[in-house]
Design a protein around this ligand. Sequence first.
Ligand code: GRF
Length: 221
Amino acid sequence: MSGQRARLGVLVSGSGSNLQALLDASGQEGFPAEVACVVSNVPTAFALERARKAGVPAVVVDHKAYASKADFEKALLEALRAAGVEWVCLAGFMRLLSADFLAHYTGRVLNIHPSLLPAFPGLHAQRQALERGVKVAGCTVHFVDAGTDTGPIIAQAAVPVLPDDDEKSLSARILTEEHRLYPLAVRLAVSGKVTLDGTRTRVDAQATVGELSLRSPGAPR
Ligand code: GRF
């Protein structure tokens, strides 16, 4: 990979295990992006510790400290701009971003969601999957639009739902795949191998053979 690495701003609210996956990927030779800053809207988020440990600037922009969503997003934008962020990755970030905010990073905001979208958008996706009795669950990385988990899909990974699964066991199985999928999707997006095309994404088929739909470990190939 030649040239400069894309500067990622990772927005978090909680544990930050997906942030960790991106930090780990950033440390790998040839990965075309680096985490330039981490922004949390939750002051106590463990993700902030992960950032500090990795030596990445971490800031808190607490939505509760702002009178309006517009003011909160203005502060978010300022933090991202100050760090020279080019791409925004939502990683367990529990606030919806407005169209106005997204317009500053058109086609450069990604999210990971723990379901095979468009099934089970929103909160408690794993619980929704269990309640519906699906036999295959998974995760999705998508470009972000102003809807809830509705943006164009970049990549998906599937896992089986086992008969004795509960929310915790299913979430853990999905999370393992999330940690593989998010760095892969970021790599393809920032290097222009997957691009926005209306409600879908356009894929450089040669560059992505077999990568955009990962199968669960152990599934027959
Ligand atoms: C993940 O399941 C992600 O898909 C969802 O929120 C969770 C965040 O986990 N959006 P973590 O903070 O990355 O550990």
